[in-house]
Write a protein that binds this ligand. Structure first.
Ligand code: CA
Length: 228
C-alpha cells in the first residue's frame, strides 16, 4: 500500500488516480501529524512525502517515521528547496522527485521499489547464510545486520547497498552500478544519491570516510567492501 502525503488536493488526486491505474492501493494524509499517524497505523510499503506540509515539517515527519518504520520513503520537493532535499535524504528518505514531477515517473519509481527484493534475489549470487567481517554480521535470510552483536536499524536502501557490496567483496562498484543494483535499472536520478546513503550507512556502522572499516571509497571510481 502506498501512503500519499500531500497537502495540495489536486496533485494528491492525480497521484492517487495514476497509482490506482497501476494497480496499487493508496491511503492519504494532508498534514505532517496525520502522516506520522497513518504511517504507524497502516504500515505502508512506500510513502510519497511532500516536504512542505502544514502542522509538522516534512523533515521532522521523516525523523519520526524512521523511529518505527523502515519503509521506503520518496520525498517530493519544489526546485528551490535543494538543502531540504539533501537534509531529507540524510534523515533517511530513500529517493526524491523535484516538483513539478512527472506522475508517470513517480509511478515507475514506486513500481521499481516494489520489485526490488525480487531483483536482488534473482540476479545476485547468494551470500552465505551469514556474512561476517570484523564484527559486522549480515544475516540475509533474517534481513538483519549486526555490529558487535548489536542489531542496526538500517533502511532498505542502506541494507541493499551493504548487501550489494558484501556479496562481491573483491569488486569495486561504480555509483551507477550501485544505483542499478539497489534502485533498479529504471532509475534516472543523479549518482550523488549513492554518496548520501553511503554516508548514512557509515554513520550507523560507526565508521568515518577517512578510516573506513567496512565500506571503502575508491577515488574516482566508487565503493568497495573492506578496510581502507
Ligand atoms: Ca506542500
Amino acid at each position: 500500500m502506498i501512503l500519499v502525503v500531500e497537502d495540495e488536493e489536486a496533485l494528491a488526486g492525480v497521484v492517487r488516480s495514476y497509482l490506482h491505474r497501476a494497480g496499487h492501493r493508496t491511503a492519504e494524509a494532508r498534514t505532517g501529524p496525520a502522516a506520522v499517524l497513518a504511517a504507524r497505523d497502516l504500515g505502508p510499503d512506500v510513502i510519497v512525502l511532500d516536504l512542505g506540509l502544514p502542522g509538522l515539517d516534512g523533515l521532522e515527519v521523516i525523523r519520526r517515521i524512521r523511529a518505527f518504520s523502515d519503509c521506503y520513503v520518496l520525498i517530493t520537493t519544489a526546485r528551490a528547496q535543494e538543502p531540504d532535499r539533501l537534509a531529507g535524504l540524510a534523515e533517511g528518505a530513500d529517493d526524491y522527485l523535484v516538483k513539478p514531477f512527472s506522475v508517470r515517473e513517480l509511478v515507475a519509481r514506486v513500481d521499481a521499489v516494489l520489485r526490488r527484493p525480487r531483483a536482488i534475489d534473482g540476479t545476485a549470487p547468494p551470500v552465505a547464510p551469514t556474512f561476517a567481517v570484523g564484527g559486522l554480521e549480515i544475516d540475509e535470510a533474517a534481513q538483519q545486520v549486526r555490529l558487535e552483536g548489536r542489531e542496526l536499524a538500517l533502511t532498505p536502501t542502506e541494507r541493499g547497498l551493504l548487501l550489494t557490496l558484501a556479496r562481491r567483496p573483491a569488486q569495486v562498484f561504480t555509483r551507477r552500478q550501485l544505483l542499478e543494483s539497489v534502485w533498479g535499472d529504471t532509475w534516472l536520478g543523479d549518482d550523488h544519491l549513492v554518496d548520501v546513503h553511503i554516508a548514512n550507512l557509515r554513520r550507523k556502522l560507526d565508521e568515518s570516510a577517512a578510516a573506513p572499516r567496512f565500506v571503502t571509497t575508491v577515488r574516482g571510481v566508487g565503493y568497495r567492501m573492506g578496510k581502507g
